[in-house]
Design a protein around this ligand. Structure first.
Ligand SMILES: C[S@@+](CC[C@H](N)C(=O)[O-])C[C@H]1O[C@@H](n2cnc3c(N)ncnc32)[C@H](O)[C@@H]1O
Length: 257
């Protein structure tokens, strides 16, 4: 997904951060795509960007307002901050990476830690990949895409992946596997292929994530989907034969401590 097409939903996330927040932590900030939008919306809000990757921290987008940003290289959940330091914490597509590369227990400690970093009444805003569920759908792929699907089945390492060829035109596949495939296809023959095959794009549903937050004492404000999956079908000329309710590609959850 290009930087330009991400701007739409990043705006939605920025809009969920309380306007009066003075200090915001972006956990797993990448190149600062969200920070640029926070800088534009809130001219006195300081953003602390945290990422494990030195590359990300040193290849930041040019339109950041440097006086409003500080950066720290650290590994989530080892946050080097005092309790109650932040008015808001945001995590955009980073907690699924914590889950994939460090495991569920570390993800849960991360949520607990973020709870302690927030002041009372502080906001936690998360956007991440959505698990659309295991419902089976019938899909038609052209020959080229069918070969790609077979290649994906042999390459994807994170969990078992399956589909059944029904006839020359149709394949039966779970929505979860279909979303996994069409959102990772871009990685074939790129330097990121190996890494992408080791992580999932369907880690949890927004509702599951929201339930976890509630068990850590957060109060839910918003649980919603964002980015229709149909755009991917169009891009790859895939037709879906059955017409289930297709969950959005990502979820957004906002919760308050
Ligand atoms: C998919 S990128 C998203 C970046 C950014 N939030 C965005 O939306 O543009 C995930 C980022 O999380 C960072 N990350 C993943 N696991 C991390 C961890 N355990 N500690 C710190 N950063 C992490 C990666 O280095 C990467 O920059």
């Amino acid at each position: 997904m290009s930087h330009r097409s991400r701007q739409g939903y990043l705006h939605e996330i920025a809009a969920l951060i309380p306007r009066d927040a003075s200090l915001v932590l972006d956990a797993g900030c990448g190149v600062g795509a969200l920070t640029t939008l926070i800088n534009q919306r809130m001219s006195s809000t300081q953003v602390v960007e945290l990422d494990l990757s030195k590359y990300m921290l040193t290849h930041q987008l040019k339109d950041l307002i440097e006086q409003l940003v500080s950066r720290i290289q650290a590994l989530i959940p080892k946050f080097p901050f005092k309790s109650g330091s932040f008015d808001a914490v945001v995590a955009v597509q980073s907690l699924s990476e914590v889950l994939c590369f460090s495991g569920r227990d570390v993800l849960l400690s991360t949520i607990e830690e973020i709870g302690t970093l927030l002041r009372e009444g502080g906001a936690f805003v998360i956007m991440d990949h959505q698990n659309p569920g295991d419902e089976l759908v019938d899909v038609s792929f052209n020959d080229k895409m069918l070969l790609q699907l077979e290649r994906f089945q042999n390459s994807f390492e994170y969990r078992p992946f399956s589909f059944v060829v029904l006839d020359d035109e149709r394949v039966r596949i779970s929505m979860r596997d279909l979303y996994e495939f069409i959102t990772k296809l871009w990685a074939f023959d790129t330097p990121l292929e190996q890494e992408e095959m080791q992580e999932t794009h369907t880690p949890f549903t927004g509702e599951e994530f929201a339930t976890i937050l509630e068990t850590y004492g957060f109060t839910l404000d918003v649980v919603s989907g964002v980015v229709p999956i149909e755009g991917y079908f169009k891009r790859y000329k895939i037709r879906i034969k059955s017409k289930p309710n297709l969950p959005q590609r990502f979820f957004i959850v906002k919760a308050t401590k």
